[in-house]
Write a protein of this length. Structure first.
Ligand code: SF4
Ligand code: SF4
Ligand code: FES
Length: 815
């Protein structure tokens, strides 16, 4: 830690931190419009000008030094800032009664803060028409070209869909250069030349650019003109659609003048701390609004539970509901069936035995902070967008490097850095993840158990390869002295390419991956100056015929290599359910389904025998991929029965609210006996999470058993993969009106061409003795020969095309 003073206040900071962040963490205000925490400084607004050790610097771009003395404002800085704000206000309306950001606008706020009450500058405006980009609308007339949207899309999201383009305006009057403060003129000159341009094919409709826009230039098309932001009530919650369980806000207001019932108008986030995916930002209207209390139905439900032998459910439920189901299992002797959580539970139990810890070690922040990231077995773009953002962020900001192993090529990931230098994407053959995990152990393992080390050695052989080197060769030239005419010998060093035979160690694991020794060279080159490692393990590995062995390998990687490992939980509360419930493999007898198809259905989707509240109508907790128990709150009212009402009858309890179960979550599994109302849900100024609490991990006795790599039955032709399109996560996002992807077959442009298919066609897909008719969508954000089949709708027939793996071989015919 180093010590500095800002406006006389002594502050502690980490080496390499930006002054602006240190000031914020210490509650000291420095104006700044263009800066984004976790992204690189764009230096567009120049408002963060400060004086550090008698020199003017930009606080967002200046790193702190020991003993630094900082003044956040001086007379000349105040003059500069005011001129900048005047420039921003040239041709920019400030009485924006119709702007979405009005009342919550950084331009308005800074204009008032800088006391701008007159305008010294003028320039002729240019025609700048409004554009509609996917789910958003861009109004260039309001854009201040702070480039926050460009920066977040590049440094955080990794899509690179936005850039600055020419505005086509007339040049500024030359006299301004002389008369204006320097920074204000430079900022205006740039502002006057640029606008924001958009590449649709790269955009993933995440809406993070809307979130960072300080004015109302980029807005959600659906939300535009529907409400002033100050009229909305912000309800803190946690992402109900994915296991990042990110902090988010439901912003609600009455539906209309006639209808006083609240409606969610939009979802927002605190972009300095955590990003949201598109499904969460736009898929919020999934509440179960038709429910009412029908006593006869309730009695029927009680009767159904009394005769049930199994309860089938998924992991889109709260920890408290999972605990209620577990209590029902204990009392009624029913089987609990949740395939997603059961697979995760099995995986983590094998993993824990090998790693010696009941939980994996990495958090999202560890991935953001790593400088060497490897992803194995995750279709990151739609399986875990926030993990993908963290991966991109690590490469872009930490001088990092990374490897992405997946059979479906993702051009976005290839765009994270320089191929072969800072990012390598390896489209390996399907189902070959085990060899990759062995390779990681081989390359990074230290003091491995003898049998593992012997096995890895047994896969090695010495090989010889020819490399071309450039050497310096001495050549002698005869040079004639022009004056004397005398000839003399001059020695010169000239570069020369020579071919040399070198011996190297080859591992047969590379054959299994479908790679060769160049991959080892690439990894070696990437590892230069890397000291912070993160491994992402995804659903392909958890959902794999050999997942148990792979879990052990991952556990060993955690224990014997420098990698921090994250085993991405598949659904929102997969981790919580896997810790709370004792699960069985197969349902038997009369089965109750909770948001799943069964003999008797409880449904938050409004399509069952008894209604349940959706996750935006419930309070409770989720267990996030950061291994945190985080709270979520009620955004919309709910008129029907909840699971707790059924439990009260069946368990003969008298629990008023479901959240009374929060403090009873199983402490033996790492939960803490803390009441729901004690859980906070916020980030602090210094960016630390003050959200719920972290699970306690238990230390376990290690067992390092593993099985050798065996040949598995390879799926080589007409491969289909079970995955969802980027913004459809489940049956709840499928209800959302802004998300309209079709359930069906998604394939790359090249594969579509080979199969003579186009978006809108219908195909029959046959596999596992099942034939499914599906819609075709050409996904221009994937490449290669592997098509994916979505399953986000409830009871998707497409799920039957797969058995014990996310891959299968299928026959696809146009119908
Ligand atoms: S659209 Fe918004 S975020 Fe992007 S440059 Fe313009 S003002 Fe800044
Ligand atoms: S919606 Fe997301 S991907 Fe698209 S431009 Fe904005 S930040 Fe980039
Ligand atoms: S915040 Fe530093 S230049 Fe804009």
């Amino acid at each position: 830690m180093i010590t500095l003073t800002i406006d006389g206040k002594t502050c502690q900071a980490k080496e390499g931190e930006y002054l602006l962040n240190v000031a914020r963490a210490n509650g000291i205000y420095i104006p700044a419009i263009c800066y984004l925490t976790r992204c690189s400084p764009t230096l567009a607004c120049r408002l963060c000008l400060v004086e550090a050790d008698e020199k003017q610097v930009y606080a967002c771009n200046a790193k702190v030094k020991e003993g630094m003395r900082v003044k956040t404002v001086t007379e000349s800085i105040a003059k500069e800032r005011r001129a900048i704000m005047e420039v921003y206000d040239v041709n920019h309306p400030l009485q924006c009664g119709v702007c979405d950001q009005s009342g919550d606008c950084e331009l308005q706020n800074n204009t008032l803060y800088m006391k701008v009450d007159s305008q010294s500058y003028a320039v002729q405006d240019v025609h700048r028409p409004t554009a509609h980009w996917g789910v958003m609308t861009y109004d260039p007339g309001l854009c201040i070209v702070c480039e926050k949207c460009v920066t977040v899309c590049k440094d955080m999201i990794g899509s690179n869909a936005l850039s600055t383009v020419k505005r086509g305006a007339e040049a500024l009057d030359k006299s301004y250069k002389e008369s204006m403060p320097k920074d204000a003129y430079a900022m205006w000159n740039k502002l006057n030349k640029s606008l924001i341009g958009f590449e649709e094919d790269k955009c993933i409709d995440c809406g993070e650019c809307i979130s960072v826009c300080p004015v109302g230039a980029l807005v959600s098309t659906d939300f535009q003109y529907r409400s002033n932001s100050w009229e909305l009530t912000k309800i803190p919650a946690s992402n109900p659609h994915a296991s990042d369980c990110s902090l988010m806000y439901y912003e609600v207001k009455h539906t209309s003048i006639e209808d006083k019932n609240p409606t969610i108008y939009r979802v927002t986030n605190e972009h300095h701390y955590a990003s949201l995916n598109g499904a969460t930002r736009f898929g919020y209207d999934f509440a179960n609004t038709t429910a009412s209390k029908d006593e006869a139905q309730f009695e029927e439900a009680i009767a159904a539970f009394k005769k049930a032998q199994s309860i089938k459910f998924n992991s889109y439920i709260t920890n408290e509901e999972a605990l209620i189901l577990e209590k029902l299992r204990e009392k009624l002797g029913v089987k609990l069936i949740n395939e997603d959580a059961k697979r995760y539970q099995n995986f983590m139990s094998a993993y824990a035995k090998a790693s010696g810890s009941s939980l994996y070690s990495a958090t999202l922040e560890d991935i953001h902070n790593a400088n060497f990231v490897v992803s194995v077995g995750s279709f990151l773009k739609s399986d875990a967008p926030s993990v993908k953002y963290a991966f991109n962020n690590a490469i872009t900001l930490n001088k990092g490097a990374g490897l992405y192993f997946h059979p479906i090529a993702d051009p976005h990931i290839e765009g994270f850095g320089k191929k072969g230098k800072t990012i390598e994407t390896i489209a390996h053959r399907p189902m070959n993840e085990e060899a990759i995990l062995f390779l990681l152990l081989d390359l990074f393992g230290k003091d491995l158990p003898q049998d593992v080390a012997d096995y890895l050695t047994s896969l090695k052989e010495k090989r010889v390869k020819t490399i071309t080197e450039t050497i310096k060769e001495t050549v002698v030239e005869i040079v004639k002295d022009e004056e004397t005419g005398e000839e003399k010998e001059v020695k010169k060093m000239v570069p020369k390419k020579v071919e040399t035979q070198v011996e190297y160690e080859y591992t047969k694991l590379l054959d299994s991956i479908g790679s060769d020794e160049t991959l080892l060279d690439t990894i070696n080159a990437m590892l230069d100056k890397k000291d912070s490692f993160a491994l992402i393990v995804g659903e392909d590995v958890i959902f794999h015929p050999k997942s148990e062995n792979m879990a052990r390998l991952c556990g060993m990687i955690e224990k014997y290599t420098p990698f921090n490992v994250m085993v991405v939980p598949t659904q929102t509360n997969t981790l919580g359910v896997s810790l709370i419930c004792q699960l069985d493999d197969e349902a038997e007898g009369f089965t109750i389904g909770y948001n799943e198809k069964a003999n008797y259905e409880l449904s938050a989707l409004g399509d069952g025998n008894l209604d349940m509240p959706a996750l935006n109508q419930q309070e409770g907790t989720f267990t996030s991929l950061d291994k945190r128990v985080v709270p979520t709150n009620v955004a919309l009212p709910y008129g029907g029965y909840v699971l707790n009402d059924l439990a009260n009858v069946l368990l003969e309890e008298d629990v008023e609210y479901t959240i009374e179960y929060t403090q009873s979550l199983p402490t033996a599994q790492g939960f803490k006996a803390i009441e729901f109302d004690e859980l906070s849900n916020e980030y602090k100024n210094d960016r630390t999470q003050n959200r719920g609490y972290e699970l306690n991990a238990a230390s376990l006795e290690c067992e390092t058993s593993f099985s050798f790599l065996e040949k598995i039955e390879m799926i080589t032709s007409s491969v289909i993969y079970k995955a969802n399109p980027i913004n459809q996560f489940n049956a709840f996002t499928a209800k959302a009106k802004q998300l309209d992807d079709k359930n069906g077959l998604y394939l790359s442009e090249s594969l579509a061409e080979t199969l003579s298919l186009a978006s809108g066609d219908k195909v029959s897909i046959s596999a596992n003795n099942v034939e499914v008719i599906a819609d075709v969508t050409v996904d221009n954000q994937i490449e290669g020969e592997v098509a994916y089949v979505s399953y986000f709708e409830k009871n998707s027939e497409t799920e039957q095309l797969f058995t014990n793996s996310r891959y299968n071989s299928a026959t696809i015919k146009k119908v």
